[in-house]
Write a protein that binds this ligand. Sequence first.
Ligand code: ARG
Length: 265
Amino acid sequence: MAILMCRPEFFGVEYEINPWMHVAVSVDHALAEAQWERLHRTYAALGVPIELAEPVAGQPDMVFTANAAVVWKRKAVLSNFRHDERHGEEEHWNAELVQRGFEVHRLPHDIAFEGAGDALFVGDRLFLGHGFRTDLEAHAPVAALLGVEIVSLQLADPRFYHLDTCFCPLNESTVLFAPEAFAPESAARIRDLVPHVIEVPADVAAGFACNAMPVGDTVISSLAASQLESPLERAGFSTVELPMSEFMKSGGGVRCLSLPLDLGA
Ligand code: ARG
């Protein structure tokens, strides 16, 4: 598994496009760098190859590589960001992916879609969120372009504005998720379709515990994941808990900072 990351060189909270972001709250830049480096080192120690995207001045959210695109078997569907503030990232993500040999597809411009932030595979089935950043109208074209079966899930709580803030596939049959973040039918759908679910209370998910990355049997997450150690251990996983305070000020955690590049390979 290779993961795409982007150094937080130009990271900051310079606008407010989700309920976590407050321009009045200052980001400790040195601390953000240190938290990011620690995540980078953690992946390296687990043997995960890391690829680095070039940070761009004036694009403070490029550190959140999960939002670049959804990728599957060397194909990518590029994001069409909901907010103007992030539109400038699209050409850079396109270049980063083309340069790595991906066949990059785009949706019509009037359909919002935010990549792996709202698109997560459980095995070879793609779970897609809608309601805040991604339009429901994006789901069918993404399925057609990637040639995969999809499940549409409606997000219902603005704190969990991306699917990856409240839903984390751990392996082909196990998902960590916060039922309260979903419309009731969507939560029921997840319980129906996934053989093993670990349900996370909303207050724990609000610490970005579900914004996690599994590497084999190790789950890398924020400090809030300390509250999930026993259920994860019972399911056969150990946890690495990393401080993510500076990125949480922007509404992101471990998963948002990471885009797996070789899914379906
Ligand atoms: N500030 C960023 C935004 O609001 C955070 C993105 C977090 N990314 C994610 N995959 N959840 O767009």
